[in-house]
Design a binder for this molecule. Sequence first.
Ligand SMILES: Nc1ncnc2c1ncn2[C@@H]1O[C@H](COP(=O)(O)OP(=O)(O)O)[C@@H](O)[C@H]1O
Ligand SMILES: [Mg+2]
Length: 244
Amino acid sequence: MVKDSTNNQNLLTLKNIESGYGHVKVLHNVSLKVKKGQIVTIVGANGVGKSTTIKTILGLIKANAGEIKFKGETINGLETYEIVASGIGYSPEGREVFGNLNVYENLRIGAYTVDKKDFSERLEEVYKLFPRLKERKNQEASSLSGGEQQMLAIARALMQDPDLLILDEPSLGLAPIIAEEIFNRLAEINQMGTTILLIEQNVSLALQLSDHAYVMEKGKFVLDEKASVLAENDYVQKTYMGIA
Ligand SMILES: Nc1ncnc2c1ncn2[C@@H]1O[C@H](COP(=O)(O)OP(=O)(O)O)[C@@H](O)[C@H]1O
Ligand SMILES: [Mg+2]
């Protein structure tokens, strides 16, 4: 299903978000825009608040202040299942596939909002994107390799045909060649019309793939530029890309 990604509308906006865990404030005045059709990446070191940003978008934790809009509607305050059903697919950090269920069963769970008629169409589409999952459809998820589990986590998030796919560190712990394979699939998914918000510590790979990127430090965005511009930025090269 090819979606209309020709226009330049904001699909997701965060405005002055404050968020954290109980008394622990993690995000300070976080604002972000994802336009329809784009791939946007948040890069940053461990523990700066990248996953917290995603969890706040998904309503897994509640923002203390600010506004989150998706497709023009305010979504902060909604329950996670309502936010997901409004068109956001989520592949969490560490994959979190259901290890004791097989590949097909994991994909069924991802499609719980999809009616029966669309289910087989979606299944064919994700199997086309990840033929390896089709070959292993009856295999328990726990027996898959790390790369295959990551493919399954992405495929599961795609089952509901989301407008926005959010991925938290899809390359974590994967061999470089497998990470590249995953990133090639993400480019393909985006070309078919799905907007992507990506979190990555592999900054070089992420900036190559993305249209736009944000650099997060201590719960704040310190830089926000076209990805190709950030890739040439001295500070970014030194701090995040190991280029002296
Ligand atoms: N469930 C939690 N309870 C309390 N503090 C947390 C929790 N999860 C994360 N944190 C803290 O929030 C900060 C940001 O974490 P996180 O968003 O996971 O960082 P990142 O994804 O950038 O590595 C860290 O200091 C972390 O220790
Ligand atoms: Mg994280």
